[in-house]
Ligand binder design. Sequence first.
Ligand code: XMP
Length: 511
Amino acid sequence: MSNLILIIDFGSQYTHLIERNLRELRIDTKVIPSYLPISEILSYNPKGIILSGGPNSVYGVDAPTIDKTLLYGDIPILGICYGMQLITHLLGGEVERGEKREYGPSMLFIDREDPLFSGVSSPQRVWMSHSDLVTRLPEGFISLAHTKETPFAAIKHRDRPIYGVQFHPEVSHTPCGKDLLDNFVHLIAKCESNITIEDFLDRKIKEIREQVGKDTVIGALSGGVDSTVAASIVHRAIGKNLKLVFVDTGLMRIGDREKITYLKDVLGLNIDIIDAEKDFLDVLKGVIDPEEKRKIIGHKFIEIFEDFAKRHKDARWLLQGTIYPDVVESAKVDTSNPQLIKSHHNVGGLPPDMHLNLLEPIRELFKDEVRDVGKALEMPDDILMAHPFPGPGLAIRILGEVSRDKLDILRKVDKIYIEELKEHGEYDRIWQAFSVLLPLRSVGVVGDERAYKFVVALRAVVSRDGMTADWARIPYDLLEEISLRITNEVKEVGRVVYDITPKPPGTIEWE
Ligand code: XMP
């Protein structure tokens, strides 16, 4: 008997969050498109089915749908938002086209006891995002809960295990949402939690072997968590047919290159290391504008990558360490949009005219899950717990013109800062910490003499995903120790400041 929950995707931006919630509950899950024939759906022998939300109206011309015989069977079904409207529509209830959108938090009042709400008290804050609304239930259905604006906020069939909720249990703005999904899969669909991260890994490796066969895969490695875990998975799957390149831009920190050597020598990854410090410093000479820096670095990077690719003409795949938040971000970011905040350059960005298939083994994962997979691959904490590091590297942490001397100063400062954070157990609770070299000098005294030296800013933020962030409350005593060490050990620096700007309005990086 399978232990699988199928998620039928109607195009909601939140479908992956349903999947993530179920993965966290250690439930075996598969997302399938809504157009699959019912025979194929049943061939999975699912324990339960979740119908996702979606942007359509059930009355729309091309509105996606399902074979309604599914709703007469005994497989437990939970329709979310559009999913609930579709159930209602297919079974003869009424869905009204909404004039305006209901978007945001709402209070849910639970009107009836039901396994779906087991352990959940009333009222509850839930997240709404819909225009259409169920206004009459199909025959045999009863209402379980309402909100002020939504009379049927949760419904079920009297005799069959068919449920619907108008709100979104899968988003974190619905605090009880995880419990509802837990109740659905465990109490209603009677699923067992037996999936481990190793199962995920085994499945991925098998999938990659089937997909790629004996083809060559190329990719750029940055040494960051995502690209390294992605590369290690593919390496497990196809070994030496994965050819990687690490471009040492000279804009790296102390220790970055050593990580690559570890991956190459200890884990056996096939990596070409390219020394390109001079190339990058040459093209950055005289450049002050942050956007220009990013563009120049991005172009140079692609140039070098293309050279590498030319040496592997037989390659048919390009590996990328895209993770789920990147997918969401890039869906939102329109590069033709003049309001673009910063042009992001990711190591391994796909050159537009390269005819390669994309291989993205960790595309559906969140950062913490990527780290779990890395652990299962027995990768060291040093790599897995590392803070994110931007593609343009230290170039965007040196305000103004970049030079080798300034890079060396910043590297020394950053090493001290990070060392201290690690030693005092602060590093792992911080999303990202780094130092910024400012394009100005300030007066001080050293012994009896007047000094005139660089100012560095220390930045540390806490965040869930980098999209919003708050400055980290590092203990004053530790800040003092860091500041003292920096001014004592880095002779070019005379003053240290700490950045207390959240994002928004600031960004995490300074450029
Ligand atoms: P901001 O500064 O936009 O940064 O608040 C959000 C997150 O993105 C990282 N970042 C980059 N990552 N290429 C990258 O790969 C880039 O060009 C880039 N710019 C910013 C930043 O370090 C933070 O984690």
